[in-house]
Design a protein around this ligand. Structure first.
Ligand SMILES: Cc1cc2nc3c(=O)[nH]c(=O)nc-3n(C[C@H](O)[C@H](O)[C@H](O)COP(=O)(O)OP(=O)(O)OC[C@H]3O[C@@H](n4cnc5c(N)ncnc54)[C@H](O)[C@@H]3O)c2cc1C
Ligand SMILES: *[C@@H]1O[C@H](CO)[C@@H](O)[C@H](O)[C@H]1NC(C)=O
Ligand SMILES: *[C@@H]1O[C@H](CO)[C@@H](O)[C@H](O)[C@H]1NC(C)=O
Ligand SMILES: *[C@@H]1O[C@H](CO)[C@@H](O)[C@H](O)[C@H]1NC(C)=O
Ligand SMILES: *[C@@H]1O[C@H](CO)[C@@H](O)[C@H](O)[C@H]1NC(C)=O
Ligand SMILES: *[C@@H]1O[C@H](CO)[C@@H](O)[C@H](O)[C@H]1NC(C)=O
Length: 501
């Protein structure tokens, strides 16, 4: 089967002249019958743009996602080459969706049927301002390119901890990362954004704009960002970081989380340059009948994690411990979030997350969560690659910013907790089993927290939590979002990623 790549100028003509009834979706036929859209796209896209239709090999590359569950149904990919292309890529009445890193996994994405994917992979430029205080990034740029390009100039900024997610996918929902303790969230770095609205108009959003508040936490719902200018910083101390990691066996759950509370969290007074991170996972070579707990301490500016932080965990008796020093650029590799690490592969697995924010660990609850995770993954090996993640980023930079000044509503949350259920999808029964398992684990930690409202970080959300859990329970927050929505996206064209209508 011949694939169709059509340079933009002759694009729809090419597609429409070469329709093969065997494999061309009805959608393309109807597009070809609608001369207005065809002519519009073909006449306006720049020469570097491409169109990929179902059945072409690049279509698969363009549309493959990190999670195979609840993926949007895409009929045509517009691979834009310039910021201007984006405004022509969303013809009337067809659902469309931006794609940057393809790691978005919220179930609301499945609302896209026969959609147009606006593929932003060519919008990956990085350019540093003359005064070296800011950089402008293309709307589809990925974390690794941001970090590498800035590093070459002795600079850094807040990105997600994972090399393969984009800057804006995480950033528009707030955006957590290793440098947030110093500088705040990814979105706290924004200086201005170029956006294409639902009606195709291009606007610049900055601190004087009505949308400024909304794009910092609920930005996926208002437009497509074609570029962003953000604050950048000098790399301190030659970028030196070090880590120490531990694997603990199942009998250490209570002592471990008690020690984390006591020695690391210190009632929210964790040092800014110290980050901790743990997860439950199965590693049958070491323990064939229970999961293990991996625990990481990461610290900037030191040659090795100091005794005062490591001692309580050394004393617990890990089955394995590792440590190393390197630079900021090694953090994704150390924490298994590098481009070649498992979480960056798009291998057809279902990856579903059930997040809940916590203030502190409840060791009794951690035990119940661990045993539940253990029993289930032992009993149902199809789910034994699942993880239960506990992220403790430092918070100073996040919490110095006024809570009400952005749509991101959860600055008080100390810990990001999320079961990540991983399995090979086979049928609806297995999907339902995986969802029930993830939800059960989340409810255990939530109920053990004593909190009465569940907060779920929008970028990790499964999709059933609801707008209050994503955007805040204070009524003014959703009221403000909805009133902006009525003005900037009155027909709800951007309602596929954690919508709040
Ligand atoms: C392995 C892994 C590690 C992660 N680590 C972190 C982390 O450290 N910190 C963190 O905060 N989150 C993290 N996340 C969650 C991450 O924020 C979300 O998965 C996010 O959706 C990924 O964005 P993406 O561009 O890769 O995915 P995509 O699926 O391409 O984008 C997700 C959605 O964002 C919107 N979007 C994307 N680009 C644009 C744009 N330019 N303009 C407007 N809308 C846009 C679209 O609605 C799209 O559906 C991680 C996820 C994974 C899988
Ligand atoms: C999208 O849905 C249509 C109709 O339900 C189906 O024929 C098509 O294969 C789907 N597309 C993809 C890429 O799965
Ligand atoms: C982990 O990070 C959280 C959030 O900053 C903090 O409260 C906790 O004390 C830290 N624990 C360890 C062991 O570092
Ligand atoms: C896990 O399984 C063991 C052994 O069957 C059982 O005693 C225990 O109660 C189970 N724990 C949970 C939390 O399901
Ligand atoms: C998962 O289960 C399969 C089948 O029992 C086993 O071969 C594999 O080693 C297990 N993997 C993990 C990570 O536990
Ligand atoms: C598009 O919507 C914006 C926001 O409501 C509005 O200011 C602008 O005038 C609209 N443009 C067109 C061409 O309708």
């Amino acid at each position: 089967m011949e694939f169709l790549v059509v340079a933009a100028a002759s694009l729809m003509q090419g597609v429409c002249n070469n329709l093969s009834p065997d494999y061309t979706p009805g959608f393309i036929h109807s597009l070809c019958n609608r001369g207005d859209i065809a002519t519009d796209l073909g006449a306006h896209l720049s020469s570097g743009a491409n169109i990929w239709v179902l059945g072409s090999s690049n279509f698969d590359i363009a549309t493959t996602r990190w999670s195979a569950l609840d993926a949007p149904n895409i009929s045509i990919v517009v691979e834009v080459a310039t910021e201007d292309d984006v405004k022509y890529a969303n013809p009337n009445n067809l659902p469309f969706l931006a794609y940057s890193g393809g790691h978005g996994a919220i179930e609301t994405l499945s609302g896209v049927e026969n959609g147009i994917q606006i593929w932003l992979n060519q919008l990956d430029s990085v350019s540093i301002s003359e005064d070296s205080q800011m950089a402008t990034f293309g709307g589809g740029v990925k974390s690794k390119h941001v970090t590498d390009a800035l590093w070459a100039a002795g600079k850094q900024t807040v990105t997600g901890g994972c090399e393969c997610t984009s800057l804006l996918g995480p950033g528009l929902g707030g955006g957590h990362g290793f440098l947030q303790g110093w500088h705040g969230l990814i979105s706290d770095q924004f200086v201005s954004l170029n956006m294409v609205l639902a009606n195709g108009s291009q606007i610049t959003v900055d601190q004087d704009s009505e949308l400024w508040w909304a794009v910092k936490g609920a930005g996926h719902n208002f437009g497509i960002v074609t570029s962003v200018t953000s604050k950048i910083y000098d790399v301190p101390e030659d970028g030196l970081w070090s880590y120490k990691s531990y694997f603990f066996t199942h009998d250490k759950v209570e002592e471990l989380y008690d020690a984390i509370n006591r020695y690391l969290l210190k009632g929210g007074k964790q040092p800014v340059d110290l980050i901790n991170y743990s997860f439950f996972f199965n590693y049958p070579d070491v323990d064939p009948t229970h999961p293990l707990i991996a625990f990481f301490i990461l610290r900037q500016g030191v040659e090795a994690i100091e005794e005062k932080y490591a001692a309580p965990f050394d004393k617990l008796g890990p089955v394995l411990s590792m440590s190393d020093k390197g630079t900021y650029n090694d953090l994704p590799m150390w924490t298994s979030n590098a481009e070649d690490s498992p979480p960056c592969q798009k291998s057809g697995l279902a990856n579903v997350c059930f997040p809940v924010d916590l203030q502190t660990y409840n060791p009794t609850t951690q035990r119940l969560a661990f045993d539940t995770f253990s029993n289930f993954t032992q009993k149902y090996p199809a789910f034994n690659n699942s993880l239960f993640l506990f992220e403790g980023y430092s918070l100073q930079g996040v919490q110095t910013i006024d809570d009400e000044s952005t749509a991101f509503a959860h600055r008080e949350a100390n810990l990001l907790v999320a079961p990540l259920i991983i399995y090979q999808p086979t049928d609806k029964e297995r999907d339902a089993q995986g969802v029930a398992f993830g939800e059960k684990l989340r409810q255990i930690v939530f109920q053990g927290s004593g909190q009465d409202e569940m907060f779920s970080y929008v970028n990790y959300a499964f999709g059933n939590e609801g707008p209050e859990a994503w955007y805040g329970y204070e009524p003014w927050r959703l009221e403000r979002l909805r009133s902006l929505k009525a003005k900037y996206d009155p027909n709800g064209r951007f309602n596929f990623y954690a919508p709040f209508y």
